[in-house]
Design a protein around this ligand. Sequence first.
Ligand code: FAD
Length: 417
Amino acid sequence: MQNWAGNLQYAAQALARPATLDELAEVLAAAGPVRPLGSRHSFNDIADTTGTQIQVDRLDDGRPAADLDPETGVVSVNAGLRYGELSRALQLQGRALGSLASLPHISVAGAVATATHGSGNDNPSLASAVVGLEIMTTAGELRRVTREDDPEVFPGAVVSLGALGIVTRVELTTVPTFDVRQDVAVDVPWDTVLGSFDALTGAAYSVSLFTSWDEPTVRHALFKSLVPAGAGERPAPVADLSWASVPVHPLPGVDPAACTEQLGAAGPWHERLSHFRLEFTPSSGAELQTEYLLPRRHAVAAIEGVRRLAPQVAPLLQTCEIRTVAADDLWLSPFPEDSVALHFTWHQRYTEVAAVLPALEDALLPLGARPHWGKLFAIDPVDLRGLYPRFGDFRALAERFDPGARLQGGYLARLLS
Ligand SMILES: Cc1cc2nc3c(=O)[nH]c(=O)nc-3n(C[C@H](O)[C@H](O)[C@H](O)COP(=O)(O)OP(=O)(O)OC[C@H]3O[C@@H](n4cnc5c(N)ncnc54)[C@H](O)[C@@H]3O)c2cc1C
């Protein structure tokens, strides 16, 4: 079996999709390496194993797939549910999530495990909404870990890279539903971006900038504004901008039919916060992705550093997206402080992309960059560990949950070995 992008053939010998918790325990009782697998949207072998991959998308533990507690606003979610499905269920009950990734196709457990994020100066990653997890360990024991009851362990257990066990339930905080409008500004001058970065990214609830680095301006800026907080008006950014009069896809030349509604039409959060609609192929489908997350205070230096590499980078790119992410306290989160995210959607030219990654890392690692756990990067696992002050604690936690190291396949094995 392959990952979603088709750039990786899994080494796994088998795929299990248990329908009940007992079936899951049976799969785990069989000897050998195992690995949780989400919706396969990661670009590296973080979800791989030489044994059995386990998906929980069919798992029915007898509770509703999205079980909302109206008193606390916490929703307990079947871990294999996709964000698009969860969002619709929440909207029907008048609730919302604060942030979504660019695509609603990813599973909740898989996204949380890699610290997947959306955008917004005040919006932390999707993992930050987690307040509890139910995890079946390789010994077949079902454990519940919550922020309230397990404060020592919880920050290490959320962005888990699938190293602790099979997450069966994720508990998420929700907020009252809200409306959003999307407006696209085109040809934003680099001087505006570099001179007023914080103001520009703070001009709406969520802002994304799209560029291929070698263009005279930033190709477009996508503003997602709260309605009616902005009184239904376009955001008022720092400079005069030219507004698109037709919808714009993040990738140049691609049909925007796959995109959530733009042109200022207000609508519910779950039909605006992701760039792409659940029913369509997100992004291009034929692609590779890389992303570096680094302190927002270094955003301008990082952008200038990548612009200097434009001659090497641009020919391989479909697009690049610049977003912001607020800080959290999770041990393996790449957002220990308010951050900027530099995302690269590459053409599927793996050898050439791999050749350019070290130059990007030479420019960005000195600024505190960490790679996205689910994408392509060059940094050696030994050096990567050193970027996370709590990595030793995480390794000890993984040993406690999985003493036989049965979960240690693919990239995780290289990281923890
Ligand atoms: C088109 C596209 C757009 C993207 N956009 C964004 C974006 O906007 N922001 C962003 O941050 N990332 C983005 N990504 C990356 C993506 O969000 C991450 O790779 C995410 O981890 C994928 O989730 P998944 O369900 O496919 O998990 P997988 O890729 O299948 O697995 C990822 C990790 O989760 C673990 N895992 C999965 N299920 C479980 C479980 N039940 N229990 C324990 N561990 C589990 C796996 O072991 C693995 O370590 C994008 C990817 C694509 C293909």
